[in-house]
Design a protein around this ligand. Sequence first.
Ligand SMILES: O=C(O)CCC(=O)C(=O)O
Length: 306
Amino acid sequence: MLTAEHRRSWEQDGYLALPGFFTAEQIDRLNALTDAAYHNPPGWLVVDNLRTGRRARLSDFAPDERTHRHYKLNDLYLEEPEVRAAALDPRVRAYLGELLGAPPVLCNSLTFEKGSQQPDHIDSLYMTPRTPGQLAATWIALEDAHPDAGQLFYYPGSHRIPLYTFADGTHHASNAEAQAWHAYILSEIAARGLRRETFPAKKGDLFIWSANLVHGGSPIGDPARTRKSLVCHYYTLPDCQAQGCECVPQAADGYWMRRPHQTVPGTVSVPPPPPAAPPEPLTLRRVVGKALRKVGLYQLFKRPSG
Ligand SMILES: O=C(O)CCC(=O)C(=O)O
């Protein structure tokens, strides 16, 4: 499926741009889903308010607070088969399988109605794969992205910058070192002469980027403009299996991770594990039973049951 140009782009630039990948009908179905979620928010839908940074259930926001639609809708894929169908479309699975060298496991989805304005970052800072580099993201254009709507930006070739090692020895972001990471990445970008580009997306385009490509959302010039997109992240099946995640097959070559929704601060979205059973008191009966079991005589002296 991958052409020589795709391979070159992935290896040298760290991304693939695939224009006109999805049909208008597929995209319209995804947009209809988002509209429905805004009009009648399901109780499970956890969002990030991109104006205030507040994470909550969408249903916790009053209807007039939802009209600006400047939210990140987290993990629609967990409940909506239509989102899984797009994120794990047979051709998406084929591309990701070849790029990652293993079946992809969809592990989150983010639905945006407006630009994210996210600063420079690499996804592996927050979703650190077990095997370095074994993470990819897809960005589906749910409409044409106007230059004033906060287009996706990225630095071709930045995925080759060696990973920054945080004080704890990992490549996983630490708030205390966010500035140090940013200074490091900017100096590496400058040293390599990398240039920032934006993705002038058209409805139905697909953009795939690799774990360590520096990217983000451009500032929004016109706050009235929408910039609808669906972003999905994928680990690989071997990494997920090694970590004991539940991987549900969408098909033989693509999976999705079943897991709880994001936790809303101040609530518990996952039922707490049952308390550990207290140890049985050590009675004379148990000590004798144990000794009899050891010498194979327990059945002879066991109390009849029932
Ligand atoms: O779509 C955007 O504005 C950026 C999204 C992004 O950076 C991400 O989801 O990692």
